[in-house]
Design a binder for this molecule. Structure first.
Ligand SMILES: Cc1ncc(COP(=O)(O)O)c(C=O)c1O
Ligand SMILES: [Zn+2]
Length: 560
């Protein structure tokens, strides 16, 4: 398959085409791989393409791992404003502080980019189910996009995630699994679950789509800064470049995905001679969970994991960043350097209050960590007052009140406290409680892909079903024979073999005659047609005249 990029293994150098469902290098099995594009060609072609395009994430589609994004899934991702922090700037003596306001993304954090790109890539490959482990924001972003695109999402959340955020994930119809344990443990359980069931797993910095999505932050900042403060001054021995970069890019960090993607984005722009240099990167952690900052300060290549993070800011509670730190450190040293810092929870909360009072920006605690880091670094002199600084900022999502969801919206996994000793056993025992894989099987028949997606989504949000889709009557009859579903949801008006003919074929075959059928149709039925359906279908639903719960009630009643 011809593609506009290839993936290169960071361990063995093997180059391969990209398939989202294949997360490992086919040669050595490593998950650490990077997308490479034809930068020489793009250096010329991209600047010519951009002027007519909207300012959103898809503006840079030639540098993204998606071929044909489906605009129906879009929630307005990317294209967030770059806002000058005038008051904070005056207080710190830094006139050039800019805020990349990711609060204005669809679910108020930069993780919307990750979800938008990953889900677009999955849908393009026909993948309809995925697993994610999260401290909240990632799960919220994925939940929103999964809802639109018809992806069944399993979110493993550490019990440290505030209840309001957890409920928001559930509100979107995601299967919430609350893991009583650390975020690192929730990640392990999610990985085991995904492996057992063969479901796609978001691997953060090891997923191509995740890193690629974060590049767009760098692209946007470069264009926006240039529009705000003008093209960059000429540099000796360097060809002129159209766009400018900040001196510093600052972000709160947990697993390291954000800065890894952003530095790749700036590096690609530099490779295409669109910018002269990559900014210095500052990644800020909380004092109680700062494995990267400690390793950086001691000039160590590998971060020592923190077993039990002690911070109220659970969003940033990756105790073991693993190779993401080592890689980020390497990339920073190769580019313009930078630093890792930590701040106390108290300093973060103070910065949060300050940003609201002085800049009118209500940011979330994790973003406040970045602002506290900025203040600390200006005070220490590491950041010079005349430097141009961009800070990544995310916001709060809505608190979902306790009474909206009722009971039973999450499944709980309590890990044995001594994970070390019986790690494997504890995991497996805990997972076996999540549910069996003997799910009722349902075939969805409709010639319209949007309707199939709608019905798939309705069924994904509640209960567990194994879903099949047929786009023609002939396919439907074949699927019914092959898969012996527990239920068929059938459209009537289809070209060639219509729903009536499908029903006749099902009735005439002893293998399929007992399968219950729900007809979902847009057709105004004549008396004769109603007569024809009588006794052969279990339920009739009129398109445009039922909500998701109505269909679910019918399905549940029939499968009971
Ligand atoms: C607001 C916010 N900031 C920072 C992070 C850290 O993310 P990472 O280190 O994966 O880039 C997260 C992660 O969920 C987040 O939600
Ligand atoms: Zn390899």
């Amino acid at each position: 398959m011809a593609s506009h990029f290839i993936v290169e293994c960071l361990d063995c150098g093997h180059k391969a085409p990209y398939f989202p469902g294949t997360p490992a290098c086919p040669h050595c099995g490593s998950n650490w791989r990077e997308a490479r594009y034809d930068y020489d060609d793009l250096a010329h072609s991209l600047p010519l393409q951009l002027p007519g395009r909207p300012f959103d994430i898809w503006r840079y589609r030639e540098l993204l791992p998606v071929r044909n994004p489906n605009s129906d899934f879009s929630l307005g991702e990317g294209g967030t404003p770059l806002i000058r922090a005038t008051n904070l700037g005056m207080m710190l003596g830094c006139p050039n502080i800019y805020i990349k306001d990711e609060r204005q993304g669809p679910t108020a954090s930069f993780k919307d980019r990750q979800a938008a790109i990953t889900i677009a890539a999955l849908k393009e490959s026909g993948i309809n189910e995925m697993v994610v482990a999260s401290t909240g924001n990632v799960a919220i972003s994925y939940s929103a996009y999964a809802a639109r695109a018809g992806i069944k999402l399993w979110a493993f959340l550490t019990s440290l995630v505030p209840a309001g955020k957890m409920r928001e994930v559930a509100l979107y119809g995601t299967q919430v699994i609350k893991v009583t344990g650390s975020y690192d443990q929730a990640k392990q359980v999610a990985a085991e679950f995904a492996k057992q069931r063969g479901i796609f797993l978001d691997l953060g910095p090891r997923s191509i789509t995740c890193i690629e999505s974060m590049k767009t932050i760098a692209f946007e900042i470069s264009e926006q800064l240039t529009a705000l403060i003008g093209p960059p001054p000429s540099i000796d021995d360097h060809p002129d470049t159209p766009w400018r970069t900040p001196d510093w890019y600052i972000q709160a960090v947990s697993g390291g995905l954000g800065p890894l993607g952003v530095i790749k984005g700036f590096s690609e722009l530099a490779q295409m001679n669109l910018v002269a240099r990559v900014p210095k990167m500052a990644s800020i952690q909380t004092e109680g969970c700062a494995p990267m900052a400690h390793a950086w300060k001691q000039d160590r290549e590998v971060a020592t994991p923190i077993q039990s993070p002690h911070t109220l800011i659970s969003t940033l509670s990756t105790g073991d960043p693993g190779r993401a730190y080592t890689l980020l450190r390497q990339k920073m040293k190769k580019a313009s350097g930078g630093s890792f810092e930590f701040v106390s929870d108290e300093d973060a909360f103070r910065a949060m209050h300050l940003m609201a009072k002085m800049e009118g920006l209500s940011v979330e605690p994790a973003a406040a960590v970045a602002f506290a880091g900025l203040i600390k670094m200006v005070r220490s002199g590491m950041i010079k007052q005349n430097e141009v600084i961009v800070v990544n900022c995310s916001g709060h999502t809505m608190p979902i009140e306790r009474n909206i969801l009722g009971e039973g919206w999450s499944r709980n996994i309590v890990l044995p406290s001594q994970m070390e000793e019986s790690q494997e056993e504890g995991l497996l025992a805990a997972l076996s409680k999540v549910g069996t894989d003997r799910f009722p099987r349902i075939v969805i028949v409709d010639d319209n892909p949007d309707v199939r997606r709608l019905i798939r989504r309705i069924l994904q949000t509640q209960g567990e079903y194994t879903l099949f889709e047929a786009s023609t009557g002939i396919e439907a009859v074949d699927l019914a024979k092959k898969e012996h579903p527990n239920l068929i949801i059938l459209d009537l008006m289809m070209p060639e073999m219509d729903g009536f003919a499908v029903m006749d074929a099902l009735q005439n075959n002893p293998d399929t005659t007992d399968i219950p059928v729900i007809v979902v149709t847009a057709k105004e039925l004549t008396a004769a047609e109603k007569q024809r359906l009588q006794g052969h279908i279990q339920s009739l639903m009129q398109k445009g005249d039922f909500l998701s719960d109505d269909l679910l009630d019918e399905v549940r009643a029939l499968l009971r």
